[in-house]
Design a protein around this ligand. Structure first.
Ligand code: NAI
Ligand code: AKG
Length: 526
């Protein structure tokens, strides 16, 4: 039974799938204090939030069983993503479900701003009739500058075109072709800032976008420009906006989001040119149902080990690729574990080579699983979310390549490890109907099922060596299940690869290493 903790109000219809799932227990507790959240999270397999709950590193650390954090919405700035990634917790969001609502809210704000609707309303219900005070401007033929032409920015652009506005958009990922298709002019930030009558921002809040619209930008804007922010507080420098309105450079601003939320008695609210809503962009019945439904499905898929698509801290993998790679997962994990256990010394580098039919797909997800298998031998709580992160943190260089030559196998994965002492190469394949096999250890061809307790013995090829190893194993009550030998030259360097029925103790390894012809003995547990 999976325990899913929901700590912000979510649409009941949206979470219906969770409520009806036979393998799920839903615990809905909103308005928790930070201390209560730390207590509740301890038993949860999944946490589902909107934007109020602050999912800090401390909360993530306290989530002993936590596998996934779901955000019913786009922005994940209330979740400590690096902390989740380093602990191997998947963070998923619902990026599509509130796009239209937020674009419509942006438009509502722009029209309200242009026509002074909130100010006019307030005055009218106070019994006044001040028509002269609320003369506005048309949108028709005005230039709208959009910073960030993603999902919401694009929907805003489409609506602006219906209002006969000229749209200039800046987005580092905007191509000329896409700009033409949407019907906008692709411009620079500078074009947006200097040419627009209205400017709206639709980016996430990042190092680059923090105070993107600042005092210097306001200086260069057209007099009478109007500003809209329905994305994230902090993209616009609020103090600079206050100054620019005071100076008469900016005619007005419509804000749905703030640097600190809730903003309390903000100086901007003393200015009649400023209109505001309490982060309402996604607050429609439809959007809330959509995002809750989308993220609920993703959480169920992740808990049930099924394909999912909206992980924020994992590269997205199309469902068909996930299906194609699924059969290779066991091979990849075992191969990683095997490769690391036969490599002596401190690991510097792992080079993973994919051959045969694996070159026809993107095998990158398998690299994560190989790293998981490798790092699990030394570190706890490793999974495919945090494995690349932890490898990098430990200074291990990871290289991935594809080569067509597969030495007669339909598929082949070769893992070369470089430590401060040696370079070791192991290769594995997925045999049709037989499952994973290790087929190469350095120069030697083998056929080993990567399962259970294995013993790799490197020795000199001398008569009686195999018998003596067998005798010592027997005297320690260790039964040999399978054995393979490989050598390149008679009397030269050789290997024995044994599968045994129980874990091999240190004392047994020491006894084997005392034999004159034995060079090294490595116990491998998979
Ligand atoms: N007010 C509200 O209730 C809501 C706010 N949002 C916020 O709206 C924003 C946009 O959401 P979506 O359109 O869904 O995201 P998106 O990811 O589809 O689009 C964001 C766009 O910003 C662009 N971008 C990133 N850095 C940039 C930079 N330095 N300069 C210019 N463009 C840059 C990206 O290339 C991307 O195209 C997010 O911050 C999100 O959290 C989203 C939903 C509701
Ligand atoms: O949950 C909400 O209402 C906030 C939506 C939002 O800001 C987002 O999805 O980024």
């Amino acid at each position: 039974m999976y325990r899913i903790l929901i700590t912000d109000p979510l649409s009941d219809q949206g979470i219906e799938k969770l409520l009806k799932a036979p393998d799920v227990e839903v615990v809905q507790k909103t308005n928790l204090t930070p201390e209560q959240l730390l207590e509740e999270i301890a038993e949860a397999d999944a946490l589902l939030v909107r934007s109020q709950t602050k999912v800090t590193a401390e909360v993530i650390q306290a989530g002993k069983k936590l596998k996934v954090i779901g955000r019913a919405g786009v922005g994940v700035d209330n979740i400590d993503i690096p902390a989740a990634t380093s602990k191997g917790i998947i963070v998923v969001n619902a990026p599509d479900g509130n796009t239209i609502s937020t674009a419509e809210h942006t438009f509502a704000m722009m029209i309200s701003l242009a026509r002074n609707i909130p100010q006019g309303y307030k005055s009218t219900i106070q019994g006044k009739w001040k028509r002269k005070n609320f003369v506005g401007v048309e949108l028709n033929h005005k230039t709208l500058g959009i910073v960030g032409l993603g999902r919401i920015g694009t929907e805003v652009a489409k609506r602006a075109k219906a209002f006969n506005m000229k749209v200039i958009a800046f987005d580092p990922y905007l191509t000329e072709e896409r700009a033409q298709k949407i019907g906008v002019h692709k411009g620079s930030v500078d074009d947006v800032i200097t040419q627009s009558d209205f400017i709206t921002v639709h980016t996430p809040l990042t190092k680059e976008t923090r105070h993107l619209i600042n005092a210097e930008a306001f200086e260069r804007m057209k007099p009478g420009v109007r500003i809209i922010n329905c994305a994230r507080g902090g993209i616009i420098d609020e103090a600079a906006l206050y100054e620019a309105i005071q100076k008469g450079k900016v005619a007005g601003a419509a804000l749905d989001v703030f640097e600190t939320e809730p903003p309390g008695e903000h100086p901007l609210f003393s200015l009649p040119q400023v209109i505001a809503t309490p982060h309402l962009g996604a607050s429609t019945r439809e959007a809330q149902e959509n995002v809750a439904q989308d993220v609920s499905e993703e959480i169920l898929h992740i808990l049930r080990d099924q394909p999912f698509k909206n992980a924020v801290n994992l590269p997205s993998i199309p469902a068909d690729l996930q299906e194609k790679l699924k059969p290779y997962q066991v091979l990849a994990e075992k191969l990683g574990g095997f490769a690391i256990q036969v490599a002596n010394g401190a690991l510097d580098e792992i080079t993973i080579t994919y051959s045969g039919e694996l070159t026809e797909m993107d095998p990158a997800p398998l690299t994560r699983i190989i790293l998981k298998g490798a790092l699990s031998c030394y570190l706890s709580d490793i999974n495919y979310v945090n494995a690349p992160y932890l490898a990098k943190e430990r200074g291990v260089r990871v290289t991935e390549q594809k080569v067509s030559k597969s030495h007669g196998f339909t598929n082949l994965i070769t893992v070369e490890t470089k430590t401060d002492q040696q370079v070791t190469k192991v290769a594995g394949t997925l045999l049709n109907g037989l499952g994973p096999r290790i087929v190469q250890i350095d120069r030697y061809s083998v056929d080993v099922q990567p399962e259970g307790h294995l013993l790799l013995v490197q020795h000199n090829d001398r008569p009686g060596a195999i018998g003596r190893v067998g005798t010592i194993l027997g005297s320690h009550d260790v039964n040999i299940a399978t054995m393979q030998v490989g050598r390149k030259d008679i009397g030269g360097h050789a290997i024995m690869m044994l599968t045994v029925d129980k874990p091999v103790e240190e004392t047994l390894l020491d006894s084997l290493e005392e034999l004159e012809e034995i060079e090294t003995v490595t116990a491998i547990d998979l």
